[in-house]
Ligand binder design. Sequence first.
Ligand code: HEM
Length: 560
Amino acid sequence: MTATVGPDQISQNAVVSASSVFYFLLLPALALFYAYWKISRRHLLELASKIPGPEGYPIIGNALDFVGSSHDIFKKMYSRSFEFGKIAKFWAGPKLLIFLIDPRDVEIILSSHVHIDKASEYKFFKPWLGDGLLISTGQKWRAHRKLIAPTFHLNVLKSFIDLFNANSREVVQKLKKEAGKEFDCHDYMSEATVEILLETAMGVSKKTQDKSGYDYALAVMKMCDILHIRHTKIWLRPDILFNLTKHATNQKGLLNTIHSLTRKVIKKKRADFEKGIRGSTAEVPEDAKTQKYEKNVSSKTVVEGLSYGQSAGLKDDLDVDDDVGEKKRMAFLDLLIEASQNGVVINDEEIKEQVDTIMFEGHDTTAAGSSFFLSMMGVHQDIQDRVIQEIDEIFGDSDRPATFADTLEMKYLERCLMETLRLYPPVPIIARQLKQDVKLASGDYTLPSGATIIIGTFKIHRDADTYPNPEKFDPDNFLPERTANRHYYSFIPFSAGPRSCVGRKYAMLKLKILLSTILRNYRVKSNLGEEDFKLQADIILKRAEGFKIKLEPRKPLLKA
Ligand code: HEM
């Protein structure tokens, strides 16, 4: 009997033989790809083998070091940092991470106009910040940096002083209800920094938003949690896996909250622009205006060997000569809207990306910096006494607003702020992707092209070779005679070089006014010591337990 073969059987056989061919070809293809991958990495592996670092497991490398809560990971990485010298490598799976601590090596990377590419980890910011200043690179970054840096020039910042005062006074009023109780000051600092940014750099009233600045700040904090999860849990890095998780759904909702505020801000500013309105439309109460108190001050920017958050010896594009005198410069969003009219330098989508970038970079960092400062005042009562004494000498019994000249007199407060940024830098690490080999200055090491370089700001700031007794809060670390003897790159809370923080001067000026206004009205207390702080670094350095302080009113409160 002859067996007959039906059409179904024929097509089944065809499928089987096609898949056999596929697997027959797939295996050699995979083997070839693996061989190519190994050969292409030979150079990287060879140079990496000369760099000290912990032993890792096959395939996953040292990825297990990144398991645990945000606080556990931070604690583990910091304690491991003492096992090695000033350079150490880690393997996050196949990815080579090299930590740099020596300021001479850090200078080579940060001062370079070549090594400006951000590490691939920054790509998780893309759905949020697009190609904004923080993550863009190449020609786009150069053109936009050139456009944006002048909008944070000191002459523009001086025009924000009244708004800094008005908003700081509102914080003092809002804090009234917390007097005498333990509470988390970060909530108040976040809300205030968002609202100050809206009224100054964005030039719109904070009433433009339906909700409070706190809702935006909360969405940003939750977004940072998600990004941190993707950085540390390497299996969540591919979009295809991430999109299957609840984090992806949460991210969608959070980005909606964040982007709806930025869209509203831009719409309002455009409408003002079309009506011929320029500058901030936020209202300043009469008693927060400084004009009648402002003395004639020189436009020098350097105070006691420091230039707004970095060593005076370091210069960047924010330190352009003040020769232009009082020449009018434009605030951030005004200038962007005007530049977009010609459509050459920046388009509408790019404006949105830059607004999102400034709103994020400008608020979460400063909220953390000010919360750590208040925590330090609470812990170190003797140091707080000296800050309060300096402020009382400047203002006496008057409740007048702080002028630019006053901020130059706040020398001890400035040293305390620097010391806070040294011990608790809001951006604890900076990461760059190398596109060519780099020879280091500190020893016979060469960083291979393709490696991710981690500038360990937190660790650099606590290096005993630079700072005697490095874990002690000591504002005298910033006395001119001490800063003069230090390597410029041993204090880099705002990064340094061509990609330094564009908001450095803005942040320092605003923080001086905000913090002095709070301390003119309250004394800070704390039940906890620094040893109780549980640090975590989900993008921005925070206290995992919250920034818990207590406030005691000092005298009748400033008028709102
Ligand atoms: C205490 C407050 C602040 C700290 C500690 C801080 C720190 C930093 C650091 C370390 C970087 C480099 C990040 C990196 O390379 O990954 C940076 C970049 C940046 N910051 Fe800040 N920042 C602060 C406040 C601000 C403010 C107030 C603004 C704007 C109003 C701002 C806008 C930016 C922008 C746009 C960049 C990207 C610059 C570029 O790549 O060209 N920052 N900041």
